[in-house]
Ligand binder design. Structure first.
Ligand code: NAG
Ligand code: NAG
Ligand code: NAG
Ligand code: NAG
Ligand code: NAG
Ligand code: NAG
Ligand code: NAG
Ligand code: NAG
Ligand code: NAG
Ligand code: NAG
Length: 453
């Protein structure tokens, strides 16, 4: 029955091609709101968490838990930049529900498979909520800052000096593949989160931590070279041989963005020119690596068409981090907004696929939909559209310029405060929509039949 309905829908959709291009004009906010609302709807088609028997906060298979954290981050930006609160309740519900019994994003269901990087992306989402003044959770729930601090504290406790003089291992647990790998996304995220907490709270311990992590990454050559106009951020290094290498020299937009923007937050917080210089160097390198004709692309997998499910979402994190960088350091605005503008126009052109006419592809240089689709594609394009407003919105708030999320420096290291009540979930079920894959398939069949007929 469901399939039948889908078939008819796909058929009709291809019969009456209502899918017009997402025409955006960066000087007309309304066009951006309209286009991004469609792309956001496409993103939420992958959200099944509020359907019967599904888990709040989780997206449909094959999207892992960590990417869900990333998707909620994108939806916070959607609200912030596009002034549309349609999904806010779902965002709040998801972020609270998945925080786990100890409110540190090590929920029981993930606790045997979770890596440091997985936890970090939920931490980044809640810090974004604090910095953007996303509506605070009810008083009897943990607050955004608290949750971010809990992620930081639990990650920092895993700092491992037994090998390589420091660093986080990729995995938290010995039995998971990757336990012997100290990777950049885990360490870069710890650096990034420390930098943002320093900026939000003004607590200098976070600056010390950020320095410690950065220096270590530099020591083991995950970041290099120092004192150069260009700086590369590589993927990771094995702990055998005490991290003496070889370093896996693959570059990813999200790793680059984590480090680039972390430096920007630290510069804004400390005024120390070294962070300005580093930020600038990462920006210069990004211009060379991650842009084709000023349009953002995933250097290490996009052209070879080998991006996996996770990698397809990386550009979304890069864009959110890049926008924050532009807001924090005025000198970089011109350079950043030039590529943000070009990328948004290109991404909009790539979001005209599928039966719904707003399915986004991965290759934004294509001037049209490239036939690829997924949660990652949808997130990346949505973020590309919304950050065009970076200069029309305030820089990240913090505790002294208007941010009012509350926290606790010891969050996550103690058992959860007893005054926090378990989250009450209101029953909600929506008709199945997370079936883009299926629908695209049916749409193709429908088009084929149409041709035959
Ligand atoms: C935006 O969408 C609304 C509702 O569909 C429509 O009335 C309006 O004309 C659109 N505006 C622009 C600028 O596309
Ligand atoms: C807000 O977003 C929803 C869902 O994406 C969309 O249906 C609605 O038209 C949007 N409203 C505006 C004003 O953009
Ligand atoms: C954990 O998994 C169970 C079984 O799938 C589910 O009912 C529950 O909502 C999940 N909890 C979280 C926090 O993901
Ligand atoms: C491992 O590397 C760290 C940092 O580079 C260094 O301080 C430490 O002495 C090294 N340990 C061994 C056993 O080589
Ligand atoms: C907060 O932001 C302001 C800029 O608005 C910055 O000067 C300050 O260092 C930031 N951090 C704190 C803790 O105030
Ligand atoms: C930052 O870069 C400028 C220009 O290259 C240089 O003069 C200055 O010494 C650098 N400052 C620091 C702290 O690295
Ligand atoms: C980006 O686009 C906006 C809107 O058209 C424009 O005001 C701004 O100058 C552009 N920025 C750059 C650097 O091109
Ligand atoms: C850049 O985009 C063009 C299409 O506009 C494409 O032909 C070319 O292969 C792309 N280059 C890279 C390095 O992806
Ligand atoms: C925090 O700021 C928001 C938005 O300005 C406001 O609605 C809220 O009441 C404030 N909360 C507290 C605890 O001050
Ligand atoms: C400052 O941050 C450190 C490191 O997380 C924490 O131990 C300490 O409690 C914080 N201090 C305050 C006043 O929050």
């Amino acid at each position: 029955m469901l399939l039948c309905k889908l078939w008819v829908f796909g058929f009709l959709a291809s019969w009456f091609p209502s899918a017009s291009a997402l025409d955006i004009d960066l000087n007309d906010f309304k066009t951006l709101q309209n286009a991004s609302a469609l792309v956001a709807k496409g993103l939420m088609d992958y959200y099944t968490g509020d359907q019967y028997g599904q888990t709040i906060g989780m997206f449909s298979w094959p999207y892992y838990w960590w990417e869900a954290g990333g998707a909620w981050n994108t939806l916070i930006d959607y609200w912030f930049y596009m002034k549309n609160d349609t999904y806010n309740d779902k965002v709040t519900e998801a972020l609270l529900y998945q925080s786990g019994d100890n409110h540190d994003y090590v929920p029981l269901n993930q606790s045997t498979v979770e890596g440091n990087d997985d936890q970090a992306f939920w931490g980044i989402a809640v810090l974004n909520a604090a910095e953007r003044k996303f509506p605070n959770p009810p008083d009897d729930q943990p607050q955004w800052l608290y949750l971010g601090q809990a992620v930081f504290n639990t990650m920092a406790l895993r700092w491992d000096t037994a090998t390589c003089g420091g660093g986080l291992r990729w995995q938290i647990f010995t039995w998971n593949t990757g336990y012997d790998y100290k990777n950049t996304v885990s360490n870069g995220a710890l650096f990034h989160i420390a930098a943002r907490l320093a900026y939000f709270t003004g607590n200098s311990s976070y600056v010390d931590w950020a320095e410690r992590v950065y220096d270590w990454m530099h020591d083991v050559k995950l970041i290099e070279p120092e004192n150069d106009d260009n700086k590369y951020v590589y993927d990771g290094v094995d702990v055998s041989n005490n991290c003496s290498g070889p370093v896996t020299r693959i570059v990813w937009t999200y790793n680059h963005g984590l480090v680039l923007s972390g430096c920007a937050y630290l510069y804004k917080e400390t005024g120390d020119k070294i962070w300005y210089n580093r930020s600038k160097a990462f920006l210069e390198t990004a211009a060379k690596l991650f842009y084709n004709d000023s349009i953002l692309y995933e250097y290490s997998c996009q052209q070879s068409k080998t991006c996996n499910v996770d990698q397809r979402s990386f550009k979304s994190y890069y864009s959110t981090f890049l926008a924050a960088t532009a807001q924090l350091i005025p000198d970089f605005r011109e350079q950043i907004m030039k590529v943000v503008n070009a990328t948004a126009y290109a991404a909009a052109q790539a979001c005209v696929g599928g039966y719904d006419g707003h399915t986004c592809g991965i290759n934004w240089n294509q001037k049209g939909w490239d036939g690829q689709y997924g949660l990652g594609e949808q997130m990346a394009a949505l973020e590309a559209l919304v950050v065009t407003q970076a200069m029309n919105k305030p820089a990240p708030y913090n505790s002294t310029n208007g941010g009012n999320s509350t926290g606790d420096g010891a969050a996550g290291t103690q058992t959860a405060p007893t005054n926090l009540k378990p989250l009450h979930i209101t029953a909600g079920s929506r008709a199945g929509a997370g079936i883009i894959t299926c629908v695209v398939g049916f749409s193709i069949i429908a088009s084929f039949l149409w041709l035959v007929m």
